[in-house]
Design a protein. Structure first.
Length: 174
């Protein structure tokens, strides 16, 4: 195994776990000294990976992010309720998408993750004398929602269902 292959394997090993991986165990796994692992970690960091050294080993500092696409339907009057309910449960509304019969796939990045951002978004729509993208498709639209876990996305899905906003979950088909 070359050094480059070993470093790729180390990255995969650290990515697969949420607990620190000790330098000693990495050294044993790849039949090299612990000092070689320390040098590999330095090279991996130089390549842009945010690896944290703890007293129990190495861990990759990447936020966990799960995503799901929801097809929803609601009125303009319910827009604030929908967005606030999603962010209140810990979701981030990454985008809004519609599939227009004439214009095709239209998508706008939102990145809304707090009530303050919901308020600013709604003000921008009102001040710009614009209407939400969903209005060109009879209020049907899609959102990609991200969250810290599948459990959070499940709670968001349940809330959207209970409020009568959810049409379906799954893949957006342009």
């Amino acid at each position: 195994m070359t050094g480059s292959e070993r470093r790729d394997a180390i990255i995969r090993t650290i990515q697969k776990t949420h607990i620190p991986v000790s330098g000693k165990s990495l050294a044993a796994s790849y039949d090299v000294s612990r000092q070689v692992i320390v040098q590999d970690i330095a090279l991996i960091r130089a390549a842009g990976y945010d690896i944290i050294s703890t007293n129990r080993g190495y861990i990759l500092n990447t936020p966990v992010k799960e995503e799901r696409i929801f097809k929803v339907h609601h009125t303009d009057a319910q827009l604030e309720e929908e967005l606030n309910a999603i962010v209140d449960l810990g979701g981030c509304i990454e985008n809004v998408m519609v599939n227009h019969r004439v214009y095709g796939h239209i998508e706008a990045r939102l990145g809304i993750s707090s009530r303050r951002m919901v308020s600013e978004f709604l003000e921008d729509i009102q001040n710009g004398k614009s209407s939400p993208l969903k209005n060109i498709t009879s209020n049907y639209h899609y959102h990609t929602i991200s969250a810290d876990s599948k459990k959070t996305l499940d709670m968001i899905e349940q809330m959207l269902t209970e409020k009568g906003f959810l049409v379906e979950t799954g893949h957006f088909s342009p």
